[in-house]
Write a protein that binds this ligand. Structure first.
Ligand code: FES
Ligand code: FES
Length: 155
């Protein structure tokens, strides 16, 4: 690793120090170096939302951010937010409303939906659809996903 750089970041509450290639994407670093494979890789160019993560409180595409750009940041993945129970209400609603089939999109969906939940206000179905429009699902047809999110944000 000729041009490798050392980065230090906090991942799901744990401080991590690692050597990475400058071109390594954050999602690949998390999945391959830290074994956090809950966030998925779909399109690899910022379209599908499967790789959605939270960095310093903002949702980002893990395939569009380099690991070196996360140096000094706090990164939260679906594993950490599940363990802390932050996603529990959404997970329950997704389960009850049948808002997943293969589950490939679900980690990204949950992170994006939680971003809406944290705004702590009510949203119309159209606003929910708009917010979630960057997260693709090839299985469900979206209706049940919107139902589940609506139940949590407006419940
Ligand atoms: S894998 Fe990142 S947006 Fe599709
Ligand atoms: S549940 Fe299969 S891609 Fe969404």
């Amino acid at each position: 690793m000729e041009h490798a750089l050392d980065i230090t970041l906090t991942v799901n509450g744990t401080r991590v120090r690692h050597r990475v290639e400058p071109r390594e994407h954050l999602i690949d670093f998390l999945r391959e170096k830290l074994g956090l494979t809950g966030s998925h890789v779909g399109c690899e160019h910022g379209v599908c939302g499967a790789c959605t993560l939270r960095v310093d409180g903002q949702i980002v595409r893990g395939c569009l951010m380099l690991a070196v750009q996360a140096n000094g940041c706090r990164v939260d993945t679906v594993e950490g937010l599940s363990d802390s129970k932050e996603l529990a209400r959404l997970q329950k609603a997704f389960h009850e409303k049948n808002a997943l089939q293969c589950g490939f999109c679900t980690p990204g969906m949950l992170l994006a939906a939680q971003d809406l939940v944290l705004k702590n206000k009510k949203f119309t179905r159209e606003e929910i659809r708009q917010h979630m429009s960057g997260n693709y699902c090839r299985c469900t047809g979206y209706q049940a996903i919107v139902d589940a999110i609506e139940e949590v944000v407006n419940g």
